[in-house]
Design a binder for this molecule. Structure first.
Ligand code: SF4
Length: 322
């Protein structure tokens, strides 16, 4: 299988009041073509920081300290800020939670789509217009010609998200990054957008990095899952491995925190304790203050666990995993 994205031992920090705090610690995972990898975890776990590192859009106080982000053979950490613009849009496209952040409210959909296609695919205006229409059709938009004449504010949230997907896909990126793209949508539209991304995956021949905190969405769309906690990768595996045989106490906690409507007793068991602040120094495993199994191993409060492969492709960072 051909790797589109390969993140190797990524370390990133944020500087707060002249002190560096680690927000990503030794993150590694890859995405193949025609594969959707979901990165999950609570707010602040490092999901969005990972995407900002890939897009080279970290805020001024953020820095990649070490590691590689290889996109189609190029290490993006070695590409300067000017050059990286060529990769954004053309090689990697991004779908945001709120499509209005990516669409210009003052320009028509048609103008925005044509400009992007002309810039990234080198087509003339007429051809770019035809391609824009065909991509709007691909994402299931009726009357595409009239939609091209509209402004973003004239469309519903679901339609805007579809248009953004069409716009991103029309330049044929190798990697599609979707950061909580369905969170702002109501449930039926959410379902439509997920089905659409699933359907388009093979057509696109791209890899999809999907960021979400919603395990229902993960079950629906992921081929593989990466679970992050406090800037560390704690578990990685196929969707089946993670859902049927979760090994890390944090992943198990996330599963238990989802309501199961199939059970007679409707029970949600939230993970106890609070998510650590990046400035907090926690010796040993960062999950130990909240872990129901920390008492089983004296190393939990002393040493950070190493990652072990518990079955082919199923990685767990926990002292008890072996
Ligand atoms: Fe819990 Fe210890 Fe495993 Fe960390 S290493 S998840 S504290 S059992």
């Amino acid at each position: 299988m051909e790797k589109v994205l390969d993140i190797q031992n990524l370390h990133a920090t944020f500087t707060i009041q002249k002190k560096d705090y680690e927000v990503l610690h030794d993150i590694s995972f890859s995405i193949n073509r025609n594969e959707t990898v979901c990165v999950v975890g609570e707010s602040g776990c490092g999901k969005s920081v990972t995407t900002l590192c890939i897009m080279q859009l970290l805020p001024n106080n953020g820095k990649i300290q070490s590691g590689k982000i290889v996109l189609d053979g190029t290490d993006l950490t070695q590409v300067n800020r000017k050059e990286i613009r060529k990769y954004r849009g053309k090689k990697m496209g991004m779908i945001f939670q709120e499509p209005m952040t990516a669409l210009n409210p003052l320009l028509t959909i048609g103008y925005q789509m044509r400009e992007s296609i002309m810039l990234h695919r080198g087509l003339k205006k007429k051809e770019a217009n035809e391609l824009a229409i065909s991509y709007l059709q691909k994402v299931g938009i009726a009357n595409p010609e009239s939609r091209l004449k509209q402004y973003p504010f004239q469309l519903s949230g679901g339609l805007r998200q579809r248009i953004l997907i069409a716009m991103v896909l029309s330049v044929q990126p190798d990697l599609l990054i979707a950061d909580e793209p369905t969170t702002a949508l109501d449930v039926t539209i959410q379902k439509q957008v997920l089905t659409l991304l699933n359907d388009l995956k093979k057509d696109m021949n791209a890899g999809i990095l999907f960021i979400t905190h919603d395990l229902g969405v993960v079950a629906e769309i992921a081929d593989r899952v990466v679970v992050l906690y406090a800037g560390r990768k704690v578990e990685e595996g196929t969707t089946e491995q993670i859902f049927k045989n979760p090994k890390h106490p944090y992943t198990i906690g996330l599963m238990n925190a989802v309501p199961n409507v199939d059970l007679d007793e409707f029970e949600i068991r939230p993970i106890p304790g609070t998510f650590p602040n990046i400035t907090e120094d926690i010796p040993g495993c960062r999950f130990n203050p909240r872990c129901p199994r920390a008492h089983e191993c004296p190393l939990c409060v002393k040493e950070a666990p190493e990652t072990v492969e518990v079955e082919p492709g199923h990685l767990v960072a926990c002292h008890l995993a072996k």
